[in-house]
Design a protein around this ligand. Structure first.
Ligand SMILES: *Cc1c(COP(=O)(O)O)cnc(C)c1O
Length: 410
């Protein structure tokens, strides 16, 4: 009889989004005529932009002719895309990242989930609380935690509370940790880390030989010139950090699938015999063994994002969402909520200020306003009392949702 991976038994059944889906479906079954506005899952709504679509179509047409047909491409991605990213996203910002340090993939969810594979089992992993659930659940699946505790935490993981008191920037852990997941601009809180805060983390990581796994999926939403777009804008970060970027939220690629991960060549880890080994060849080996590349038309479409025209289009899409975020921030504040985020990120993190628990607020908004958001406690115990509103809805729906909230009785 085949043995199961016992670690999967430790996972909590109520993974956040399925639970939201379940409650919404139940509500809709009982109220089939209710017009439910969904601002829960972080999925975009605007279509691909014209220059991206043009390149996508061209890519498909090339596949139709023997002379231009493409079979397997390089697992790490085509040079045309890696070069465009290195120039446009890194070198232009003074970050010394080269095209061959970029690995193209079909998503940051997979990359952030898979990256732990190249690290030893006994590393101590730290995560922000609240947190994007993927880092935690994949740590559990890989057997890097103990069991789930009543407190809402897994044994063996180090949780770093991110609260209004610390401006949603965690304190440096007091205990020894080896790997730290950081996400900025942050999902779920929509808050950002400035140069000084990131420098504090990079300096700590260099001094203590800690690896930072930096998820920058929302980098494109930064408009404040003082906020770094990449951790490699901080001196020495390429000795300690892996960065994850995705085109999902940047350019509406959630259904098209394309992302990239930066593994700097001078990043090292320790072997059991105490020698330092570069991590680059490990990820290279993993990626080329277990992955066969992103489809050619998708990479063509992705490259169009980094052309002047593509950049302009993407910027206007992002402005549309950020205008929604502004409406959310202002309306919620007027309703007495305390609001964070939503200025350099598409999420608004709001506390009702009425002492209501996150899931109770979820049920109230669903039942009484037919509005779906995401309960903050689903991202970790420090999210209790908070609620995440996503600006990825249509502008009309954002206005409608806020009008409905305005009519609620508390
Ligand atoms: C949406 C998101 C991603 C991107 O995931 P993809 O698999 O590239 O679509 C990564 N990290 C965070 C925190 C996200 O919210």
């Amino acid at each position: 009889m085949a043995q199961i991976n016992e670690n999967y038994l430790k996972l909590q059944a109520g993974y956040l989004f399925p639970e939201i889906g379940r409650r919404v479906r139940e509500f809709q079954r009982e109220n089939p005529h209710a017009d439910v506005i969904k601002m829960g899952i972080g999925d975009v709504t605007l279509p691909l932009t014209p220059s991206v679509l043009r390149a996508f179509h061209e890519g498909v047409d090339e596949m139709a002719k023997a002379e231009t047909f493409k079979g397997y491409g390089p697992e790490q991605g085509y040079d045309f895309l890696r070069d465009a990213i290195a120039r446009s996203e890194y070198q232009s910002r003074g970050a010394n990242i080269h095209a061959d340090e970029i690995f193209i993939s079909d998503g940051s969810k997979c990359d952030t989930g898979n990256i732990l594979e190249i690290f030893g089992q006994n590393n101590i992993i730290a995560v922000q609380d609240p947190v994007y659930p993927v880092y935690v659940d994949t740590s559990v699946m890989g057997g890097r935690t103990g069991s789930y505790l009543k407190s809402g935490y897994y044994e063996g993981l180090v949780y770093m509370p991110c609260t209004s008191e610390n401006g949603f920037i965690p304190e440096i852990p007091k205990e020894r940790v080896d790997i730290v997941f950081l996400c900025y601009p942050n999902n779920p809180t929509g808050t950002t880390a400035g140069r000084q805060e990131l420098k504090k983390w990079v300096d700590y990581a260099r001094k203590n030989k800690v690896i930072i796994l930096f998820d920058a999926a929302y980098e494109a939403y930064i408009s404040d010139p003082d906020i770094p777009h990449t951790i490699y804008e901080i001196e020495g970060a390429n000795e300690v950090a892996i960065e994850f970027r995705s085109l999902s939220k940047t350019a509406g690629f959630t259904g098209t699938r394309c992302a990239y991960t930066i593994i700097p060549k001078n990043l090292v880890g320790n072997a059991a015999d105490g020698t330092e080994k570069p991590l680059y060849p490990f990820w290279y080996r993993r990626h080329t063994t277990k992955f066969n590349g992103v489809s050619y038309p998708v990479q063509k479409a992705a490259a169009a994002i980094f052309t002047p025209e593509g950049k302009k289009e993407v910027k206007s899409t992002i402005q549309y969402y950020m205008n929604n975020a502004k409406v959310l921030r202002e309306s919620l504040a007027k309703l007495g909520f305390t609001v964070f985020g939503g200025q350099n990120a598409p999420y608004v993190w709001a506390n009702s200020g009425r002492g209501i628990k996150s899931w109770d607020l979820f049920d109230k908004l669903l039942q009484e306003a037919h509005v779906v958001g995401t309960p903050g406690s689903g991202f970790g115990p420090s999210g209790e009392g908070y609620f995440r509103f996503s600006s990825f809805a249509t502008h009309e729906n954002v206005l409608k949702a806020m009008e409905r909230l305005n009519k609620l009785k508390w």
